[in-house]
Write a protein that binds this ligand. Structure first.
Ligand code: DC
Length: 228
């Protein structure tokens, strides 16, 4: 098959980085500006963790978790501007449930397993649709779309990320102490960066942006300036 038949000529912008680095917001804004599709790969790991929790499957049972990941019945519904994309699991709206702190931590646990990652690989690549894709995650530039023409790696200090997360959770009605969030963020970073399978790291050809002291508008401009 040719690249065109495989969809490999469709441009992809990968945005990888740790949680709270601003990837999610920037992905939405860039995709809105370019009119490109979005892959929120973290949502797939979160959905796997939520479905596993509901089925009372242990977070270290690789074969069962891979089965769950492979058979997830999910839908991403487009939303009005500024609103999060609606996520359905088996037809049920789980948009809020997958954003909870515990689901994020559980997602990081199931994401350690090679068979879960393999089960989600093709599902992620299927998001590569014309006119283009903005792919948000940890291994978008290294594993899922290594041939992407545009790659960004976003970082920010753990303190700044804990403060952003605190504000986000507060807006959702969850009040978690910043010190607790900082501890969880550091634990999650260690797990995401230290795992054997597709660890969180910058692709060699990625442009790193430190968002600690940058406004979202400035980050957006920096990212857009990379695209032809
Ligand atoms: O981006 P997020 O916070 O929604 O991701 C939740 C967890 O899923 C994250 O801690 C690690 C895992 N993840 C991953 O391993 N690979 C990805 N491409 C995206 C997320």
């Amino acid at each position: 098959m040719t690249d065109t038949e495989l969809g490999n000529d469709i441009p992809v912008l990968t945005i990888d980085g740790p949680s709270g680095s601003g990837k999610g917001s920037v992905t939405q804004l860039v995709a809105g500006r370019l009119g490109w599709h979005i892959l929120d790969s973290g949502a797939l790991y979160r959905l796997t963790a939520l479905a596993a929790e509901r089925a009372q499957v242990s977070f270290d049972d690789g074969p069962s978790l891979a089965g769950i990941a492979r058979n997830l019945s999910i839908e991403f519904l487009p939303s009005s501007p500024g609103e999060p994309v609606k996520v359905l699991l088996e037809g049920e709206d789980v948009t809020e449930a997958i954003r909870r702190e515990t689901t994020g931590n559980n997602a990081s646990k199931v994401a350690v397993l090679e068979e879960v990652r393999a089960a989600l690989l093709q599902r992620q690549r299927d998001f590569r649709q014309a006119p283009g894709l903005v792919a948000d995650g940890r291994d978008m530039g290294t594993v899922v779309f290594p041939d992407a023409p545009y790659k960004v790696f976003m970082i920010a200090s753990a303190q700044a990320r804990a403060e952003r997360r605190h504000a986000q959770l507060k807006a959702q009605g969850e009040d978690v102490r910043i010190a607790t969030l900082l501890r969880e963020i550091e634990a999650r970073d260690a797990r995401d960066m230290g795992r054997k399978a597709a660890p969180l790291k910058a692709a060699e050809d990625a442009v790193t942006i430190d968002t600690t002291d940058l406004s979202i508008e400035l980050v957006l401009e920096k990212v857009l300036s990379l695209i032809d």
